[in-house]
Every structure is written in C-alpha cells, then in structure tokens.
Ligand binder design. Sequence first.
Ligand code: MG
Length: 181
Amino acid sequence: MPSLRRVTQWLQPSCIVAGPVTAVDPQMLRAQGIRGLVLDVDRTLAPRRQLMLPETVRRWITRVRSQFKVHLLSNNLSRRRIVWVAKELDLPYCLAARKPSRGSLRQVLKTINLPPDQVAMVGDRLFTDVLAGNRMGMMSLLVQPIDPDGRASRQDRLYRMELHLLKTLELLTPTDNSIDI
Ligand SMILES: [Mg+2]
C-alpha cells in the first residue's frame, strides 16, 4: 500500500491550467522539454454527452500536432464516441484505458516512442488523468472541463470538488488559488 504522503504527491498536478485544454501553451511545454502529449477525450476535448468538437479545440490540435507527438487516451467504453473524435482530429487513440492504471499509458508511450519525462498527460480529472500521469513520471496538466462553445464549463461539480480537495490538501499554489471557477 502506498503511504498517504505518496498518494498526496501523486495527486498534485504539475500545472493547473486556468482554462480548458485550448489554454495550454505549447511554447511553455516545449521550453520544459515536452515532446509528446497524451490527451483525455471526455470533457477535455469533447463536451459532455455531445458528439461535437468546439472549433477552438480543432484549431488548438492543428497548432500542437506540428510540435508534439499527440495521442488520445480515454477511459470511455464507447468505441463509437472515441473513434469519432479520433477520426475527426486524425489522431491515434486508446479507449477503455482504465486510468489511473498505468498499463495503457505505458502502451501509448511505446507507440509514440518517448520517455515519460518528455510527455505531458492532459485531462480534466484528478483521480484518473493527473494520477495516471504522475504515477508514470510524466508531467500532468489539469485543465478545466470544456463546454460546447469552447469555454470552461462552470457547471462541472466534480471538477469543483476535486479543486477543493487540492485546496484542502494544501496542494494549490497562490497562483492556482486565483483560478476562477
Ligand atoms: Mg475527462
């Protein structure tokens, strides 16, 4: 059993992004030696319960794909939804990933042929995306869930709860504390 201290460390995102995935700055990641991105799908790229992608997401993907190896990784069991997103964005994917288990992430790292410390895991969930990335020794970016208009969702209760948990565990920096949710 990992100690409580270890679990707490695993929950600390490398970066809490003040916005949805499109607020992630590719230059900042490149400057830190990041060469690959593993992206969560549900509510990170595609809004809740919708088979659509905001235009801002499509543009952001176009921007990052020229600078990084990009791979999708989803816990979703719906092949139809994930395959649709992967096809729309023309990106490789892995579904039913069982994050925070590391098996499928290991597989993705093999596929993109990069070491963990050169890859960032990007997602909207602490206990799946961030935890999985941290356990693999990757950079972990917690983004805000996305709405159909491409803005950060203000309705996402789970995201708010997870942010409050980070606050309680004193894992927020003064900058993170200013994030407007
Ligand atoms: Mg998600």
